[in-house]
Design a binder for this molecule. Structure first.
Ligand code: PLP
Length: 432
């Protein structure tokens, strides 16, 4: 670490071991746009391949630019090691494939990003991996869905469109004595929520969103907390405790702590097995772009969140708006979760239900002048989309409602422009 600071503003700039480029002393992180790395000697090469020491071999598996991003996001999340991959989707697939084989299952929250649901219900199913869903309104639903083949719990901190904050500690605590790690997709909440502090074993992000922040690069990351006790029930985690034939019978649960001194068999296996075999590597150029975003993510999240509060207050009073959906507006225990799990703001994502349903939703989108109409979240710019006519249009009306999408629902991702300008654009589009 170049800094012991726990403050996200500082970690974004100084987290991890990078201080300067050792050969040319550059302070900006260099883009190591190379496929391969020259070995020091035959012995050095043999040691790297035999995992006797860690170092750069080939950019599919490891790269110094990607490494800076991995260390900094791991520091931001309070974890001990990270692994960048080519997209958030690849990160979601990897966290499952790292622990599950055909016949195994995952218990996942019912509140998930649609791309994740497609992955779970179709591609993973075709591979023989079952995903069971549990409604996080009651954390005990996760316990009820567990059997001997359950390898992990999976959820999003702040899923849209419901924007119900996930009960992280409650579900992590159910998993720990059973040897089941909780994986949290924290894409919507960098800086304002640190799931590892609440017991999550693994955190992942689509770096494409708030961390990159400028809508220019796709990327994903997985962070290992280094805190999960994989040995609670060794039969529960065969990929950690069974010999791996592709590494001369290495048992990751034993070999990784011996080699690294850290409890990170999960992230090392993901790198040396999945990234080696499936090849979903991030480009160093994308890592460089995302590092520029990471350097200011803490500052941007403050502005995203304070703008969102002002927009929420404005929309709550607007005559054309039936309902505002926002993390802190839910009633009862679910609304309280925003207070328990968020620090420094309640997020940038918001939903509005317009009086006038489907047609009102489409008209509102067409009348926006400054907000972008895109299928993305977490850009510095404010964004909007009407799910009923776009992202959710293939669903039946009943399934749409189950996902929390009413015909007049519009999703907003509030950006960092001046709040008066965001409000002015929303107001003219609502009144047009
Ligand atoms: N997770 C969440 C919560 C997302 O919103 C997204 C994308 O929208 C993803 C994962 C997938 O990320 P990517 O688009 O980088 O593959």
């Amino acid at each position: 670490m170049t800094t012991e600071s726990k403050n996200p503003e500082t970690i974004g700039l100084h987290g991890g071991t990078f201080r300067r480029d050792e050969s040319q002393t550059s302070v900006a992180v260099p883009i190591h746009q190379t496929t391969s790395f020259q070995f020091n000697s035959a012995e050095h090469a043999a040691n790297l391949f035999g995992l006797k020491e860690f170092g750069n071999i080939y950019t599919r598996i490891m790269n110094p630019t990607n490494n800076v991003l991995e260390e900094r996001v791991a520091a931001l999340e309070g974890g001990v090691a990270g692994l960048c991959v080519s997209s958030g989707q690849a990160a979601s697939a990897f966290v499952i494939q790292n622990l599950c084989n055909a016949g195994d299952n995952v218990v996942a929250s019912t509140d998930l990003y649609g791309g994740t649901v497609n992955l779970f219900n179709n591609t993973l199913k075709a591979m023989g991996i079952e995903v069971r869903y549990a409604d996080p309104a009651d954390p005990e639903n996760f316990k009820k869905a567990v059997d001997d083949k359950t390898r992990l719990f999976y959820a999003e901190t702040l899923p849209n469109p419901s924007l119900r904050v996930f009960p992280i500690k409650e579900v992590a605590d159910i998993g720990k004595p059973l040897g089941i790690p909780l994986v949290m997709d924290n894409t919507s909440c960098p800086v304002i929520c640190k799931p590892i502090e609440h017991g999550a074993a693994i955190v992942m992000h689509s770096l494409t969103k708030f961390i990159g922040g400028h809508g220019n690069s796709i990327g994903g990351i997985i962070v290992d907390s280094g805190q999960f006790d994989w040995s609670v029930n060794k039969d529960r985690q065969p990929n950690i405790w069974q010999p791996d034939a592709s590494y001369h019978g290495a048992v990751w649960g034993d070999a990784v702590p011996q080699l690294t001194g850290a409890n990170i068999p999960f992230i090392i296996r993901a790198r040396v097995v999945l990234l080696r075999d499936l090849g979903s590597a991030i480009s160093p150029f994308n890592s460089f772009q995302i590092i520029q975003g990471l350097e200011t993510v803490a500052l941007r999240m403050k502005q995203h969140c304070s703008n969102a509060e002002k927009v929420k207050d404005f929309l709550l009073k607007h005559s054309k708006v039936d309902k505002v959906i926002y993390s802190s507006l839910h009633e009862g225990e679910i609304g309280d979760r925003a207070k328990r799990y968020f620090k420094g703001g309640n997020g940038a994502l918001m939903g509005i239900e317009l009086k006038g349903g489907l047609e009102a939703g489409k008209k509102f989108i067409d009348n926006l002048k400054m907000l972008y109409h895109v299928a993305n979240i977490g850009d510095a710019r404010s964004l909007a989309i009407h799910p009923a006519s776009t992202t959710h249009s293939q669903l039946s009306e009943a399934d749409m409602l189950k996902a929390g999408v009413t015909p007049g629902y519009v999703r907003l991702s509030i950006g960092i422009e001046h709040p008066d300008d965001i409000i002015a654009d929303l107001d003219q589009a609502l009144n047009a």
